[in-house]
Write a protein that binds this ligand. Structure first.
Ligand SMILES: O=C(O)C(=O)C[C@H](O)[C@H](O)COP(=O)(O)O
Length: 202
């Protein structure tokens, strides 16, 4: 199993996907992978999300994870569907224990120093900063990164194609997450692929 550090290095942007039509899963994943973004976060925000993870996982080159994982039950369901990594908006001890015990790569959300310290208590050093812009943006992350030299981040929430580069220029930022690559319901796969291509350029 590849670890979370490796997954964070595979592409500069992790598309955060809200998908409700299973028929869209494969063409969407194919477009994103073809555009150079192989790491895909499917949020558990739609009833079909688990089925969509299973479909996307069949796409060659795609590394499909589950987002919006809130508790051990979500974790178990995501793993059963074939998720290869887990993202959560926040960090609870209950989820951290279950995720670490499962062995699946885990990227928990943090928004402050106490969250990072709680993660470090569990041996975690890779975090999603969420919501990145609303919780203070780059100045906040710079301030947080200073005392936690071993921590590396995937800021997500409010980041766009235009603002991704300034985040990615920071040594403590390994990748960013964002929903701008795909809007639920759209089916212009060529357009999605060209957005992915733009995002994949470092
Ligand atoms: O669903 C989750 O688990 C989340 O944590 C939220 C998403 O990561 C953000 O909603 C993406 O942010 P935007 O790119 O600003 O849309």
């Amino acid at each position: 199993m590849i670890d979370i550090d490796h997954i964070m290095q595979l592409a500069p942007v992790i598309p955060v996907l809200v998908v409700d039509d299973v028929a869209h899963a494969r063409p969407l994943a194919e477009a994103l992978v073809a555009g150079g973004l192989p790491v895909l976060e499917v949020t558990l925000r739609t009833p079909a999300a688990l089925e969509i993870i299973a479909e996307m996982a069949k796409v060659p080159g795609a590394i499909v994870g589950a987002g919006t994982v809130l508790n051990p039950a979500d974790l178990a369901a995501a793993i059963a569907a074939g998720a290869r990594f887990i993202v959560s908006p926040g960090l609870t001890d209950r989820l951290a224990v279950a995720a670490i015990e499962s062995g699946i790569p885990f990227l928990p959300g943090i928004a402050n120093a106490a969250d990072i310290m709680r993660g470090m208590d569990h041996g975690l050093t890779r975090f999603k900063l969420f919501p990145a812009v609303a919780s203070g943006g780059l100045p906040a992350l710079k301030a947080l990164a200073a005392p936690f030299g071993a921590a590396r981040f995937c800021p997500t929430g409010g980041i766009t194609q235009a603002t991704a580069p300034e985040w990615l220029a920071q040594p403590f930022v390994k990748c960013v997450g964002g929903s701008w690559l795909y809007t639920k319901g759209e089916t212009d796969w060529a357009e999605v692929q060209s957005r992915a291509q733009a995002a994949a350029k470092r």
